[in-house]
Design a protein around this ligand. Structure first.
Ligand code: SF4
Length: 344
């Protein structure tokens, strides 16, 4: 979207004039669930707007699972490598569309060169991912040292003819993350993946990330984003999709509004959202859906929405542009809403 340069990850453009991409990281080790279950989950994340999925690639035994997922995933697959250059090469040979390394953690320069050679041979992108916690000692502020390190690694990669690069400079401190991203953008045209690392639970992480990433995106900085959280990866993708929506960078999908609830509430908005949010976010419709707690104010307050749902006791009411279109019972509420939305 914003960078002078682009990277290509299985044909997906990052940077240049491309839209800002949403990324998340799978939160379970290989083997904890079947490959089919992982692929199903990736498909549902993809429907919610996720365009890149990263996996920790820690040992030789991961290659079997990783290659199967890379072959069948509907979105590009990224391998996260720490320390061992042989794992990076194995991930590349196993079909990684992109790998993420911190060359500072890989050790001797020749090891990084071996990785870059393998990436060139397989047309694999590399994210140079630096975190404030793993920087070498040196002079200057943390953002200055992160940017200095990243530029040094880029020079090494370019000397080998490798330019399919994305850079990330992360800190658990939002201000430090933003400063590093701004400084890098002023010195380099390579695309950036932006995110606040170790950001806290879902609520805290969403607020911290919205403040940091929102200000960067509004200044034209950031080509892929992750709202990392100690929470579900579905929440990460939902939060990132909403951030792109409120910054005006995407208009895709359903806009969900829901009332905060008060003593009048009778319809279980919390349970309804928990059950249906991901399904609503996966709908390819540019509409607003309101989930309201009561009949007293709900339909009126949601009169601007394309669709609204609320209820009283066991009765559930669905509205289209403020007019009642369907009455049903609470156990049929989800199916009834999606039926009405399907007719739209
Ligand atoms: S819609 Fe009803 S339950 Fe929700 S905040 Fe308004 S008055 Fe309270």
């Amino acid at each position: 979207m914003f960078s002078e340069r682009s990277a290509f990850v299985r044909g997906l453009e990052i940077g240049g004039k491309a839209p800002v991409r949403i990324q998340t990281t799978y939160d379970r080790p290989f083997g904890a669930e079947s490959t089919d279950d992982i692929l199903r989950h990736i498909s549902s994340l993809s429907a919610m707007g996720c365009e890149l999925i990263r996996f920790a690639f820690a040992s030789k035994s991961d290659a079997r699972y990783f290659s199967e997922i890379a072959e069948h995933s509907p979105i590009p697959v990224v391998a996260d490598i720490h320390f061992d250059y042989r794992m990076a090469i194995l991930a590349i040979e196993s079909g990684a569309d992109k790998i993420r390394i911190n060359p500072g953690n890989i050790g001797a320069e020749w090891k990084t060169r071996e990785i870059v050679k393998a990436a060139l041979d397989h047309d694999t992108a590399i994210r140079i991912g630096l975190n404030s916690g793993s920087l070498p000692e040196g002079s200057g502020s943390v953002p200055e040292r992160m940017v200095g390190s990243a530029l040094g690694y880029i020079e090494l990669f370019e000397s080998m003819g490798f330019r399919n690069i994305v850079v990330s400079l992360k800190s658990s401190d939002g201000a430090e993350t933003a400063e590093a991203a701004r400084l890098f953008a002023s010195e380099s045209g390579y695309p950036q993946h932006i995110g606040v690392t170790e950001a806290g639970d879902s609520v805290i992480a969403a607020v911290r990330s919205a403040w940091t990433l929102g200000s960067l995106l509004s200044s034209g900085i950031g080509d892929t984003i992750r709202i990392s959280m100690t929470g579900s990866i579905d929440d990460e993708v939902a939060a990132a999709a909403e951030l792109l929506r409120i910054t005006g960078l995407s208009r895709k999908g359903v806009r969900i509004v829901s009332c905060p609830r008060c003593g009048r509430h009778s319809f279980d908005t919390i349970g309804f959202l928990k059950e249906n949010r991901n399904r609503l976010l996966a709908l390819d419709k540019n509409i607003t859906v309101a989930i309201m707690g009561c009949l007293v104010n709900g339909p009126g307050e949601a009169g601007y929405a394309d669709y609204a749902i609320t209820g009283y006791g066991d009765k559930v009411y669905i509205y289209r542009k403020g007019s009642l279109v369907l009455k049903t019972s609470s156990d049929k509420a989800s199916d009834a809403l999606f039926e009405v939305l399907g007719d739209e």
